[in-house]
Design a protein around this ligand. Structure first.
Ligand code: UDP
Ligand code: MG
Length: 343
């Protein structure tokens, strides 16, 4: 940590943007001001996520005016996670900052994120404590954060904050797609990275409206379910599917066994019995039996996929190795296998 105080910090600042032509110049000026004040070396990677306005023209002009600006234009609107992911592919510095393009995140908070990272973290998430968005969004966000905090091991006030600082290697381990930009801390923690949080200033949207509709709440919840599964069971899916399947299977077997005994006893002792096909227990038991078998089979299929995937070296995440110098040793093989997993 000490050397960073002497050497300039090197930052790759990734800005995902979708129809943000009005704010890009201001954002560039803000980032430039922070960097010169604190002596950061930086590159700004603007990722145009299929904008239909003149955003790309502005990015092109900024890249001409400032050689530290790099623009990536996606062919269509792929979503924020994909845009950030595209930025990480070209990011070349040790630290990666993601910041929204709409000026809601305050670039002057970057030093605070860096200071928090010096406390031994790999990811520092911003916390928009005084969030400048409509109350409906704030309430939805509270519920969402409560759910994520309950269902995952990562406790943050503001999982959905777009303003975050990462060590670059985090993106060697975490694939970003779909709506997963909201869950990088959870996915990173599952790979052994340490997650911190710090308050950041938040401002009202200066131009236009949010680029998202209300549909994102449902999508966020579905993504949360996927993330819980991926972080908890992606190595052993049968532990979840199989457990549920076995439970259901046993209930089915128990029900049918009960009915079989009832049938035998009834034949011998009770003449006025209800015929078996009129007993709901039979139907429920058969349903439970079928469901259980299905879940178990799905679990085995999932295990098959995981077993094949193991070749890609996703089983573990190596932080560093020591000893055995360089060359064809196990240590370097292990690290190569780890970086190979990023493909
Ligand atoms: N964004 C994007 N692709 C999208 C939607 C949004 O790159 O499909 C960008 C957007 O331009 C902004 C950031 O993601 O820089 C956050 O979006 P927005 O401000 O609309 O979200 P909110 O602040 O309402 O959460
Ligand atoms: Mg915004």
């Amino acid at each position: 940590m000490k050397e960073s105080a002497v050497q300039p910090r090197r930052l790759s600042i990734i800005v995902p943007l979708f129809n943000e032509q009005q704010s890009l110049r201001e954002l560039h000026a803000e980032l430039d001001a922070v960097a010169s004040e604190h002596g950061y070396e930086f590159e700004i990677i603007f990722v145009d996520d299929g904008s239909q306005d003149d955003s790309w023209a502005v990015v092109q002009q900024l890249a001409v005016d400032d050689t530290r600006v790099f623009g990536v234009r996606l062919r269509r609107n792929f979503g924020k996670a994909a845009a950030i992911s595209a930025g990480t592919v070209v990011a070349s510095h040790a630290f990666v900052v993601t910041i929204d393009a709409d000026l809601q995140d305050d670039a002057r908070e970057i030093p605070r994120l860096l200071a928090e990272m010096d406390n031994g973290f790999d990811v520092v998430s911003g916390w928009k404590k005084d969030r400048q968005d409509p109350w409906t969004r704030r309430v939805a966000s509270r519920i969402f954060n409560g759910l994520v905090n309950t269902l995952t091991k990562v406790k943050l006030h503001d999982h959905n904050c777009g303003f975050k600082l990462y060590r670059r290697e985090v993106f060697d381990e975490v694939d970003l797609y779909g709506g997963f930009h909201r869950f990088v801390p959870v996915l990173a923690a599952a790979r052994g990275f340490r997650i911190g949080e710090t308050e950041v200033n938040h401002r009202p949207r200066k131009y236009g409206k949010s680029r998202y509709g209300s549909g994102r709440i449902i999508k966020g919840l579905l993504d949360l379910m996927t993330v819980c599964f991926l972080t908890g069971y992606s190595q052993r899916p049968q532990h979840l599917l199989g457990a549920a399947g076995l439970f259901s299977f046993l209930i089915g077997v128990g029900g049918l066994l009960f009915m079989a005994i009832y049938w035998v006893l009834r034949m011998n002792f009770y003449p006025d019995w209800t015929p078996l096909h009129q007993r709901p227990v039979v139907i429920y038991s058969v349903a439970a039996l079928l469901l259980g078998t299905q879940l178990l089979t799905m679990g085995f299929l999932a295990e098959l996929i995981v077993a094949r995937d193991q070749k890609r070296g996703r089983r573990f995440a190596v932080q560093e190795t020591v000893g055995r110098a360089t060359g064809d040793q196990t240590g370097s093989a292990i690290v190569t296998s780890r970086s190979g997993s990023s493909s």
